[in-house]
Design a protein around this ligand. Structure first.
Ligand code: HXC
Length: 258
């Protein structure tokens, strides 16, 4: 399948999506996001894929929502079309998604990265929420996911000043990013990690992801209960039997994803 704004390939058990709108620094126009949703849905269904990596170019992961596309929009149109509503699909993916961020991740670009499960950054990555400079505010998680990730003071500073105050090193220190790599190694490293994840039992990986995500929704007691019940349920699967049997027999488990 050919996409206008994406390059899509598979590497072993990993789906690799490269945002490919270089002339606009991967500004996230509506069609780009629709394509991204289509690809993500396909990878989510494809049993041969265990994890997904989303990346951009070395200059820009994504420079935000498409300002030229949205500038003439008005309130009632935004409301009626539920503008940005379709952006949330990525955060609903069941398979793990790694964002490999080189260059600018601004506004909606930073928000897209934060919809993913893990963020790896290239040394020249720059994260920011510059919407305030455009006379608006973040609309796809910038005030929420960023605050969860790096805390109130840093999030407030980014959202209120609109500066790209977070480089790769700072983003890692603040906990937004889990690892930093030289730009040219970034995608390979993200794919490598995605392939490690993809070797595991897919249903277990998905349950683990669900449980971690509940930490953002539930109280501690409810979250612990949610986790415990899921943990109990894993003992109803082939893969738990096989995983523990293989350990005892000192061999690599053969997961059947059931
Ligand atoms: C539309 C964009 C764009 C964007 C860049 N371009 N960002 N077009 N929407 N978000 C276009 C430019 O207009 C230009 O097109 C081309 O990409 C190259 O960009 P330059 O500005 O010439 O590049 P450079 O000088 O290197 O500066 C890079 C930059 C700057 C610092 C990233 O482009 C920039 O500040 N972009 C906007 C960042 C931003 O404000 N993002 C938040 C968007 S609002 P032409 O045709 O002139 O060559 C947002 C709201 C989210 O995300 C709400 C919920 C999602």
């Amino acid at each position: 399948e050919v996409y206008q704004y994406l390059l899509v390939e598979t590497r072993d058990k990993v789906g690799l999506v490269t945002l490919n709108r270089p002339k606009a620094l991967n500004a996230l126009c509506s069609d780009l996001f629709s394509e991204l949703n289509t690809v993500m849905a396909k990878f989510d269904e494809d049993q041969s894929i265990g994890a997904v990596v989303i990346t951009g170019s070395e200059k820009a992961f994504a420079a935000g929502a498409d300002i030229k596309e949205m500038r003439d929009s008005n309130y009632i149109d935004n409301y009626k079309t539920n503008f940005l509503g379709h952006w949330t699909q990525i955060s609903k993916a069941r398979k793990p998604v790694i964002a490999a961020v080189n260059g600018f991740a601004l506004g909606g670009g930073c928000e897209l990265a934060m919809m993913c499960d893990i963020i790896y950054a290239g040394t020249k990555a720059k994260f920011g929420q510059p919407e305030i400079k455009l006379g608006t505010i973040p609309g796809a998680g910038g005030t929420q996911r960023l605050t969860h990730a790096i805390g109130k003071s840093k999030a407030m500073e980014m959202v209120l000043t609109g500066s790209w105050n977070l480089n790769a090193e700072e983003a890692e220190k603040a906990g937004l990013v889990s690892k930093v790599f030289p730009p040219e190694q970034l995608v390979d490293e993200a794919v490598k990690t995605a392939n490690v994840i993809a070797q595991h039992s897919q249903p277990m990986v998905q349950m683990a992801k669900e449980a971690v995500n509940q930490a953002y929704e539930l109280s501690l007691a409810s979250g612990l209960l949610y986790e415990r019940r899921l943990f109990h349920s894993t003992f109803g699967t082939h893969d738990q039997r096989e995983g523990m049997k293989a350990f005892v027999e000192k061999r690599t488990p053969k997961f059947e994803h059931k």
